[in-house]
Ligand binder design. Structure first.
Ligand SMILES: Cc1ncc(C[n+]2csc(CCOP(=O)(O)OP(=O)(O)O)c2C)c(N)n1
Ligand code: SF4
Length: 266
């Protein structure tokens, strides 16, 4: 008797990724595709690709896709979801895209509680354009635009998007997960599923921040990059669920914000 232990998710096309060896974008694609398969929504999912190394995501996911301009994916996804509310809509964005040029779009989509899912890939650098400093770059981290390391007096401190967005009332689910070992990848899968579940249940905005590697621009081997992520990124970007609406599977965190009251104007 033969037992199948591994297969390509149906929501992933049979195409070889262009990502560099050891880049964890590929793992994250797979997690998203597995979640789409498990929810049985492949035929009614629409992805929104951003600009960055994952700009070609539409080649890899076997679902409908729309390309958005740099940083604008949450606005594009908002329009798609409002026009086609029965579709499962997700964005796939890097940290340069989401936390720099796209800061306004992500904050306002989260504030409005748009019923979309955001997959936020944080590799602490601009990957596609050759390794410039991002808002997520760690203090002291060398990049092409911070030779000698990021200095707080010049460039501020790393922005923690999950913590920041979880202060808003709109989001239903916000979590940060990582890809540095198999156990963490398994946890990441649960978070991605929970984010899609929030959308299916019409609970509102969901985001999973996934800590990811960029061995090429970090100047490391794939294994060194996984170790660097674990040792340097986790202390700055702690893992966990920052916001969970009651009713979603798994332990529910208390709401972090007190809802604002409606005021009557007559
Ligand atoms: C309006 C605009 N500004 C700047 C760029 C250049 N640009 C392309 S990708 C990118 C950064 C990508 O980094 P990130 O979002 O972190 O994704 P990664 O490549 O690391 O996955 C930038 C600045 C652009 N394409 N469009
Ligand atoms: S440049 Fe970095 S983020 Fe882009 S594919 Fe290569 S390793 Fe991945």
């Amino acid at each position: 008797m033969s037992v199948k232990v591994f297969e390509r998710p149906k929501a992933l096309s049979s195409v070889i990724f262009h990502y560099c060896p050891g880049c964890t974008h590929g793992i994250i694609h797979r997690l998203v595709a597995e979640a789409i398969d498990e929810f049985g929504v492949q035929g009614k999912t629409i992805g929104v690709a951003s600009v960055g190394c994952s700009v070609l995501a539409y080649n890899y996911f076997n679902v409908d896709f729309q390309q958005a301009a740099h940083g604008r994916a949450p606005a594009v996804a908002t329009g798609i979801k409002r026009c086609l509310p029965d579709r499962t809509v997700f964005t796939y964005q890097g940290d340069g895209d989401l936390a720099s040029i796209g800061t306004a779009e992500i904050v306002h989509a989260a504030m409005r509680g748009e019923n979309i899912t955001v997959i936020f890939v944080n590799n602490a650098i601009y990957g596609m354009t050759g390794g410039q400093m991002a808002p997520t770059t760690l203090l002291g981290q060398n990049t092409t635009t911070s030779p000698g390391g990021r200095k707080p007096e010049r460039a501020g401190r790393p922005i923690r998007m999950s913590e920041m967005l979880s202060q808003l009332e709109g989001p239903a689910y916000i979590a940060r997960v990582s890809t540095h070992n198999a156990a963490q990848v398994a946890r990441a899968k649960q978070a991605v599923k929970k984010a899609f579940q929030a959308q299916v249940d019409k609970k509102g905005f969901s985001m999973v921040e996934v800590l990811s590697t960029c061995p090429t621009n970090w100047g490391m081997t794939p294994n060194e990059a996984l170790k660097w992520l674990e040792e340097n990124m986790l202390p700055v970007y702690p893992l966990g669920e920052f916001k969970t609406e009651p009713g979603l599977p798994g332990p529910s965190a208390a709401k972090t914000t007190v809802p604002t009251r409606e005021v009557k104007t007559d």
